[in-house]
Design a protein around this ligand. Structure first.
Ligand code: PHE
Length: 460
């Protein structure tokens, strides 16, 4: 462990053994699933599928989850648990001082993501409030106005502030009492609501035709389309919350006896399953024409138009179903926001030795400022997602795969001792070769497309 002494001597880093643990395996799995399952699952897959090329996209997405997502999730959790340090000190502990930039990229990236993520979470909360008050759009013009109202004016600012304050309050309360306790009830509630909505949506009269149209069309050109490939990989990455250091932070509270591979597999399966369920719910509700009309608001905006309109078309059943949907989306958003805040909070606590509550509120205040551009301009929100939720996350993921694959394979192997040998070889192969090559390629494609204005890069 090249730099552990280095990390240990950080001025006020609390001792690794004093770190609070999760109260149980289940508590950790639910918290990690809470981090992964978020607006990315509900919005991202659906949007991309609605644009066409649904089948190729979904298959490539699943390939990305297996080849890239699962190994990187293992690597992040292993790094956290092995060092029992925050993301910043963890990279230095296994790789030495030259890996400090990656350590900084983690908290920086997640704070920047949280800034715009909280804006969208605020829209979700407002949409929930609107439906509870019976304000549901009934036609296209009403739906456009509905979204404009969510995304402008003082109400948007208030919702943004409240989402951030709630997130800070959970993180400030602690790993067990705050994060784990929230996930313990919200994740099961989310899964129950989601299952109910899938059953209902799939039983709509034209559901089979819609599924066939959106998911079962085989077109050769889709498979060779670099944009579909890139979006599938970015989506897998964002959805699992990789490259943000959140899983390093969560892993650092994990006991030595916990079966890391099994837990990572459950989290991956839950995250992917929820994404697919969201597709099954939304596809029958949405007419393809609606999506993609929102200009600068792109992916996210068009769904805030299409989904309420879809629910409104269901008559009396619409409002309660839409309330259930936006309630579960709020739960998903808050547990992910909490994970995004935990990464920088852990770093500041480790670095400056501040208490949790003081760190959480100060970091939250910085995040609130970082998110202002996205709050004020929806096109900047989309640009932030492309840059921070896409390029920055994947760049950290690439560096992480190099760190754990080449520099610290021994530490990785120690943490993954329960993994059968062939699978361990597969994980190492992915971290050493597949992840750097694929992420390098996808990053290059993203940068090329970012230079061409007007193209929504990632359908979150
Ligand atoms: N995975 C979350 C989502 O799908 C977002 C997230 C990204 C959470 C990075 C934590 C870290 O919405």
């Amino acid at each position: 462990m090249a730099g552990l002494e280095n990390a240990n001597s950080a001025p006020s880093a609390p001792s690794a053994s004093a770190r609070q643990g999760w109260s149980s395996s289940l508590g950790f799995v639910l918290a990690a699933a809470g981090s992964a399952i978020g607006l990315g699952n509900l919005w991202g897959l659906t949007y991309r599928v609605a644009l066409g090329g649904g089948m190729a996209f979904l298959v490539l997405y699943l390939v990305a989850v297996v080849v890239l997502g699962f190994p990187l999730l293992l690597a992040e959790l292993a790094l956290g648990r092995h060092t029992r340090r925050s993301p910043l000190l963890a990279t230095v502990a296994v790789g030495g001082a030259s890996w400090r930039p990656l350590g900084w990229l983690f908290p920086l990236g997640s704070a920047l993501i949280l800034g715009y993520y909280a804006v969208i979470a605020g829209w979700v909360a407002q949409a929930l409030l609107a439906v509870l008050q019976g304000r549901l759009p009934t036609d296209q013009a009403g739906a456009d106005a509905f979204f404009l109202k969510l995304s402008q004016g003082w109400a948007e600012g208030v919702a943004y502030g409240l989402v951030l304050a709630l997130t800070v309050a959970v993180v400030a309360t602690g790993v067990q009492q705050g994060i784990e306790r929230l996930s313990r009830w919200s994740m099961p509630a989310l899964l129950v609501l989601l299952t109910g909505l899938v059953i209902w949506s799939a039983s709509l009269a034209d559901a089979p035709a819609r599924y066939e149209e959106a998911l079962l069309q085989w077109r050769w050109s889709d498979w060779l389309n670099p944009r579909i490939l890139r979006q599938a990989f970015s989506q897998a990455f964002f959805s699992l919350g990789l490259g943000s250091g959140a899983m390093v932070a969560y892993g650092s509270h994990l006991g030595q006896r916990e079966p890391l591979p099994r837990q990572a597999a459950i989290v991956t399966a839950l995250d992917t399953g929820v994404g697919l369920m969201a597709v099954l719910i939304i596809v029958p509700l949405m007419s393809a024409v609606v999506v993609g009309r929102q200009g600068g608001a792109g992916a996210v905006g068009s769904l805030f138009v299409a989904i309420p309109l879809g629910f409104a078309s269901l008559g009396n059943a619409g409002p309660p179903l839409m309330a259930a949907f936006f309630f579960l989306a709020s739960l998903a958003a808050v547990t992910s926001a909490v994970a995004l805040l935990e990464a920088p909070v852990a770093v500041v606590m480790d670095r400056l030795g501040w208490g949790r509550a003081r760190t959480a509120w100060s970091t939250g205040a910085v995040v609130a400022l970082l998110g202002l551009p996205a709050l004020l301009r929806t096109d900047l929100l989309m640009a932030s997602h492309d840059l921070f939720g896409g390029v920055v996350l994947m760049a950290s993921g690439l560096l992480l795969s190099l760190l754990m694959g080449w520099v610290a394979p021994r530490q990785l192997t120690e943490e993954l001792s329960q993994l059968p040998a062939p699978l361990l070889r597969g994980v190492l192969l992915s971290l050493r070769w597949a992840a750097p090559l694929l992420l390098g390629g996808v990053l290059a494609l993203s940068c090329m497309e970012m230079i061409q204005p007007g193209i929504p890069l990632l359908g979150m």
